[in-house]
Design a protein around this ligand. Structure first.
Ligand code: FES
Ligand code: FES
Length: 162
């Protein structure tokens, strides 16, 4: 019996349609079916946060959501941050403040930081620490990430960009 179900999502502003088995993870659907490999897969257990995307404006771990559960939603992945004309201000800040090394955690960190600055454009260092504590980074020691988010906040560039 063919268990594939047709789903339709808006991803980074574009309507995308695909077919997924009921147990297919959203992260696999985004990466393998839609080719959006900017979202990474780490633990697949909801721990590391590298698969974080925005679903209907809220961060979600895409390894904990089924693709069929995302039917009809609006999704933003890391590819949706930039308008296509250069890097998004948050990405610029991560580059400038050395908020990444291997880059594996970076897509999820950017999504977390984006959500934080959208809700709180001038976070304290403690608030930045608390927000990014949801995600794991094995390279930077976190300091560069904290400085990158502070830099983006100080420029108010994120609020201007969206
Ligand atoms: S891969 Fe989703 S939280 Fe680690
Ligand atoms: S930069 Fe390598 S895991 Fe964060």
């Amino acid at each position: 019996m063919n268990q594939l179900r047709t789903i339709t999502l808006t991803v980074n502003g574009m309507v995308r349609e695909g077919r997924a088995e009921p147990r297919r993870l959203l992260v696999d659907f985004l990466r393998e079916d839609l080719g959006l490999t900017g979202t990474h897969i780490g633990c697949e257990h909801g721990v590391c946060g590298t698969c974080t995307v925005m679903v209907n404006g809220e961060t979600v771990r895409a390894c904990l959501m089924l693709a069929v559960g995302a039917d009809g939603t609006e999704i933003m992945t890391v590819e949706g941050l930039s308008s296509g004309e250069g890097l998004h201000p948050l990405q610029e800040a991560f580059r400038e403040a050395q908020g990444l090394q291997c880059g594996f955690c970076t897509p999820g960190m950017l999504m977390i930081a984006y959500e934080l600055l959208r809700e709180n454009p001038s976070p304290s260092e403690a608030e930045i620490r608390e927000a990014i504590s949801a995600n794991l980074c094995r390279c930077t020691g976190y300091q560069g990430i904290i400085e990158a988010v502070s830099l983006a906040a100080a420029s108010h560039a994120v609020a201007k960009a969206r």
